[in-house]
Design a protein. Structure first.
Length: 176
C-alpha cells in the first residue's frame, strides 16, 4: 500500500524489517558495538537514538541539526509509547543510521495496525480516541512501514530525516 504525507513520498508496505534481539530473534535488545543495550522505555530508547546520531551519524565533516535530533527524539517517544500503551508492550527497538537520517524500528506484541497511521497527519480537532502521536509521526518521518510479524506482533519502521548543520567544525563534527 502506498500513501503520501505532507513530508512527501511516505511508503507504507507489508514485508519484513525486524529489530534483532540478543538471541537472534526480534526482541528487546538493540544492536550496538560491544553488545546489545536493553531498551525498555521511551527514555532509554531516546538515549540510544541520540547516541546513534552522536556516534554513528555525525562525523568530522557533518553534524545533525539539533532541531532535527529533537524531531527524532519525539518520533522515538511516540512510537515506543504507542507500543507500550496500545501494542501489548515493547518487544524490540533499533536505531539505524542512514545517509538521509536515522531509521527507527519498533516492534510490539499486537497484530493491530493503527488506522491513524495511514492518515493525513492532520491534528485532531477533539480527543475522542485520537491523540497527537500519529499525526506528529506522519509529519516528521518518511518511509513509514508497518509489517505484521510471522510469530505475532508488528514492526513499525520509519526514517526520520536529519539535515547537516551549516558549519561543522573539524573536531568531531561539532558545530561552532
Amino acid at each position: 500500500m502506498t500513501a503520501t504525507s505532507r513530508r512527501g513520498g511516505d511508503r507504507r508496505r507489508a514485508g519484513g524489517h525486524q529489530p534483532a534481539g540478543s538471541d537472534g530473534h526480534p526482541g528487546p535488545g538493540i544492536r550496538a558495538e560491544g553488545g546489545a543495550a536493553n531498551v525498555t522505555s521511551a527514555a532509554t530508547a531516546r538515549a540510544y537514538a541520540r547516541s546513534v546520531v552522536c556516534e554513528r551519524w555525525n562525523s568530522p565533516v557533518r553534524r545533525a541539526r539539533e532541531e532535527d535530533v529533537v524531531d527524532l527524539l519525539l518520533v522515538v517517544s511516540e512510537l515506543v509509547a504507542n507500543a507500550v500503551l496500545h501494542g501489548g508492550g515493547l518487544s524490540g527497538f533499533d536505531a539505524l543510521p542512514e545517509d538521509g537520517g536515522v531509521r527507527i524500528v519498533v516492534r510490539d506484541h499486537s497484530d493491530v495496525v493503527p488506522r491513524v497511521a495511514y492518515g493525513s497527519g492532520d491534528l485532531p480537532v477533539d480527543h475522542h480516541g485520537r491523540g497527537y502521536g500519529w499525526p506528529l509521526i506522519i509529519r516528521l518521518a518518511r518511509e513509514i512501514a508497518i509489517d505484521r510479524c510471522a510469530g505475532g506482533g508488528k514492526t513499525i519502521s520509519v526514517l526520520v530525516p536529519l539535515r547537516e548543520t551549516a558549519e561543522p567544525s573539524r573536531e568531531g563534527g561539532r558545530a561552532r
